[in-house]
Design a protein around this ligand. Sequence first.
Ligand code: PEP
Ligand code: MN
Length: 348
Amino acid sequence: MIVVLRHGCSKAEVQHVEKHLKELGFEPHTLWGVERTVIAAIGDDRVTTKEHLESVPGVERVMPILAPYKLASRELIPRTSEMPLGGPGPEVKPVANLVKIGGKKIAVIAGPCSVEDRGMILETAAAVKAAGACALRAGAFKPRTSPYQFQGLAEEGLEYLAEAREQTGLPIVTEVLTPADVPLVAKYADCLQVGTRNMQNFLLLRACGEIDRPILLKRGMSATIDEYLLAAEYILSGGNKKVLLCERGIRTFEQYVRNTFALAAIPALQEKTHLPVLADPSHGTGVRRFVAPMAKASVACGADGLLIEVHPDPEKAKTDGQQTLDFKEFAKLMQDMKAIAAAVDRSI
Ligand code: PEP
Ligand code: MN
């Protein structure tokens, strides 16, 4: 349930309410606000009554959270939460610009599917920055369908990404595949990506909940919206409040695209959660010529950010070349999206 505290409630009163909730068996998650402080009390609502809690000093009102996901719910925070892409910061070469996602500016996170070598990632970082991207994304650990396909450069790839951040100031987003790798990836990355195949890897979600670094959680390719938000809840309930969502297409019977890009999931998620919602039209379609139209459509329907695969020579990319834009195509798309963003009162 949501415990709304009185305006101007003192810290001691907040702590008293937290203690009281703990004694009743709740886990309190306090959200300090300028106007109001609220406590999300996670637990069995049947152990107490609304009337009882409303009589505790400092409490103004108590409301149930009806959704099964509590901390992710828009009932708890009735607006989109702005999330910093970074901080307290990776240990290796931590010089990134502070980027926020979930505000008026649409965040474009771009880069190759995989870090292939030092030269290509530095070149791509400079190109996407020049075109207006706000962060660089590339995989050093790749979740591949076949064990014989390129699996990524692992820590060597992370080192190149850190160098790209140092050169460009762009924060780094990169995927983590296992709970054991979370500290290693967090050492280099500003934001950790959990991919579609791991959306319900609960041990990985819990490990991501224990760090203080934003997590970009992609929608599972067969996950319903509720399952997706419950996956986000695993991270939030562990104490990490920085979660970004990303619609990346779902598996359907359709064959003309790699995945069916669920555009309506963007406004649907925004109705249900305060977490920012990004769109990935590259994986969402799997087809290069559909990436720009779906990126524009995502901006038009209110996405808070985009993930776009960009490579110096997509034909030669080791992974996902068929859905990847070259530098020129990406720069043109960035320009084309400006007018669409302005039409929906956003900027890019
Ligand atoms: C990727 O971002 O390159 C990737 C593997 O994405 P997804 O998990 O959406 O397939
Ligand atoms: Mn990819």
